[in-house]
Design a protein. Structure first.
Length: 684
């Protein structure tokens, strides 16, 4: 019972996106990037809030210091001051600063309503505070003209004594002012009231409707002498976009044009060649041999190689199909002659047994029976050789061996021919011992049947090949038959039982193992040249072990080199930040040079941690780390900002977000990658 033929392999049926859909989604993503970028502006908008709060803090603290000096000089000793402020613990020598850090956050803090209107003061401000306010008003107004921030100076009871408006009214009921009157700094986000309607694009931003208020207490001794109340509206990126709407439209058109160009490039280099290749393969599958030609447009080098691979495969399949058709015709021809002879002899013997005509003599009967037996022997020989040829066409290509044991088997199996061998007989070749024995046995049998008494075998190595020469002293091959000796069923010994399949089997088996065979011009006798693929033998294993040991040692040296480079990079960055300005280097060189070295340090640290990964993976991971660190500067919390003020925090995380830092990080990562590649090449 024969096993049924397996079904052809088929691709699992499931949904897969086609190439056009993927290209469309990519182009859509490109078009959506500017729109998504508008939402990412919210992150930058929060940074603007922090920046505005920091500016108000700096301005208020500077003005408060000047106002406190004025109060110390002009207020009488018995002036009525405000709430008592507890003494703060003295700072250590290592941390002499007590910074007021910005803490407002658009996403975290509640947005209070518009600032309550000022109320009439329960008690008017004292004469001394009124006089001080009149003297300080020009200072506040001049500062407001330059900084665009609003300033009001309040007395210890919350009555406005200096500023542009609301002089003599009380703001003590305002939340942040009440907190400052108790001696604590306060900052709030409040709704902004504007007399002008915001533009449409500008109204998308929350920052258009807010105003930042800060209340800074002025401490005189241990009492509150007043409050500096400041406010300002933060800058907004959407407002600038609206003001530059012409340029924004031009940028949008540029993005659309760029997307169109990308789509055309995808169509010409990917989509069009793929569709044409599919059409060609379908036509070839239906038997259209005219489709076996190069594509009109290959697009990329990869598609050109893929197209050539399809053409080579289709040509091989067609050649195989032609070979099978020709081979089937040869087989039918070779089998037809003995079958016809057997049929004729059997009919004559049948007629003789039926008594029709004169009786056949015993000699003739034996003659016909002998012909039947001879023809059946020939059929048996042909089928055996066909089976050997089929085995050679699909022979397993695994295993390695050498010539020495195979030649020893030949000398034992063919005692009628003298076999001499020399050369690289112990070199390992990529073929099993059984398949090598079959090849050499066919060639030796062929030499013996053509009258050879001697067979010389010479082996020599050439690069990755083992070249074998077999020379006998037999009758040789006539010039007319030299081109046909490897054809199936071609034989000059048909009368003596030759099938013409031996050399076909040898060639098929060598082709299956990546080898080759050729007939050389050599007289007298016949000379064949064979080529085998070499395989690593015992000597090669020793070399491999030594190479692996050397590579391991090189890897250790490489890690040590990376650690040394990383330490040198860190030292260079610290020296640049510490002494760069003192040496007269430009600020940009010191700042962004340090960022460049930071990017190089991150890349080198990754190579130390995971040494076996490819360089491109290190570069991508380092770029992601740098991007996350830089974007983290847009996020502010008191503890994180306090850490950023320390030296380790400034070196590791930095303090201020800057897109130019990303450029410097990229250059540093590229420098680390180039250094890594140079070291790898030097190691090789």
């Amino acid at each position: 019972m024969t096993a049924s033929a397996p079904f052809p392999a088929q691709v699992a049926a499931k949904w897969r996106p086609n190439l056009s859909l993927i290209v469309f989604l990519m182009l859509t993503a490109v078009l959506a990037l500017p729109l998504v970028g508008l939402f990412f502006f919210r992150i930058y908008e929060n940074q603007l809030v922090h920046q505005t709060e920091a500016e108000l803090i700096a301005q208020s603290v500077a003005l408060s210091a000047a106002i406190r000096r004025d109060f110390e000089s002009n207020l009488p000793a018995d002036a009525a001051l405000g709430a008592h402020v507890p003494a703060t613990p003295s700072s250590s020598a290592d941390e002499p600063f007590r910074p007021i850090l910005p803490s407002l956050d658009l996403t975290r803090d509640n947005l209070l309503g518009r600032r309550p209107d000022a109320k009439p003061a329960p008690e008017p401000a004292g004469a001394t505070f009124k006089a001080a306010g009149e003297g300080l008003s020009p200072l506040l107004l001049d500062t407001q003209t330059i900084t665009l921030a609003g300033f009001r100076l309040l007395d210890p009871h919350g009555v406005v004594i200096a500023g542009r408006d609301e002089i003599g009214l009380s703001l003590a009921h305002v939340e942040e002012v009440a907190k400052a009157l108790q001696g604590s700094f306060a900052a709030t986000l409040r709704q902004r009231v504007s007399s002008h309607a915001p533009p449409p694009l500008y109204s998308l931003s929350r920052g258009t409707s807010i105003r930042i208020f800060t209340a800074t207490p002025i401490i005189l001794g241990d009492r509150v002498a007043g409050v500096l109340y400041a406010s300002r509206t933060p800058s907004n990126v959407f407002r600038h976009l609206y003001e530059e709407r012409g340029k924004v439209v031009l940028a949008g058109l540029s993005v659309a044009a760029l997307t169109l160009l990308i789509g055309l490039a995808f169509h010409r280099t990917i989509t069009r060649p793929v569709h044409e290749l599919i059409a060609r393969t379908t036509a070839i599958g239906h038997g259209d041999r005219s489709a076996m030609r190069p594509l009109t447009n290959h697009g990329t080098a990869e598609f050109a190689r893929l197209s050539q691979s399809f053409l080579d495969m289709a040509g091989s399949l067609n050649n195989r199909s032609d070979f099978i058709a020709t081979f089937a015709a040869h087989v039918s021809h070779e089998l037809k002659s003995p079958l016809t002879s057997i049929e004729g002899a059997a009919e004559l013997l049948r007629d003789d047994g039926a008594g029709d005509g004169p009786a056949m003599s015993e000699a003739k009967r034996r003659h016909f029976l002998g012909n039947i037996i001879a023809d059946t022997h020939r059929l048996t020989a042909i089928t055996n050789r066909l089976r050997e040829l089929a085995r050679a066409e699909s022979t397993p290509t695994g295993g390695t061996t050498s010539l020495s044991p195979a030649i020893a088997d030949l000398q034992r199996d063919f005692p009628g021919i003298r076999i001499r061998a020399e050369g690289a007989l112990d070199s390992a070749i990529r073929i099993s011992a059984e398949n090598l024995r079959i090849i050499l046995s066919h060639l030796t049998d062929n030499a013996l049947r053509h009258g050879a008494s001697e067979l010389d075998i010479v082996a020599a190595t050439e690069a990755d090949r083992l070249c074998l020469t077999l020379r006998d002293n037999g009758s040789g091959v006539s010039p007319n038959n030299r081109a046909r000796i490897f054809d199936s069923f071609f034989t000059t010994r048909r009368d003596s039982g030759g099938t013409g399949m031996g050399l076909s089997i040898v060639r098929a088996m060598l082709n299956a193992h990546g080898g080759a065979i050729a007939l050389l011009d050599d007289e007298p006798g016949t000379t064949f040249a064979l080529a085998f693929q070499r395989a690593p033998g015992a000597e090669t294993h020793v070399e491999t072990n030594v190479s692996e040991t050397s590579e391991s040692e090189t890897g250790l040296r490489s890690r040590g080199m990376m650690i040394a480079l990383c330490l040198a990079t860190i030292a260079a960055g610290l020296l640049l930040r510490r002494f760069g300005m003192g040496l007269g280097l430009p600020f940009g060189v010191v700042k962004y040079g340090g960022s460049l070295l930071w990017g190089t340090m991150v890349y080198l640290l990754l190579t130390i941690i995971a040494r076996r990964q490819p360089a491109s993976r290190f570069a991508i991971l380092a770029a992601l780390i740098a991007l996350c660190v830089e974007l983290s500067r847009l996020y502010h919390t008191p503890w994180l900002d306090a850490f950023r003020l320390t030296t380790p925090g400034a070196l590791l995380l930095g303090r201020v977000f800057s897109p130019w830092n990303l450029v410097a990080y990229g250059a540093g990562i590229a420098l680390g990658w180039a250094t890594d590649r140079l070291i790898a090449r030097a190691r090789l």
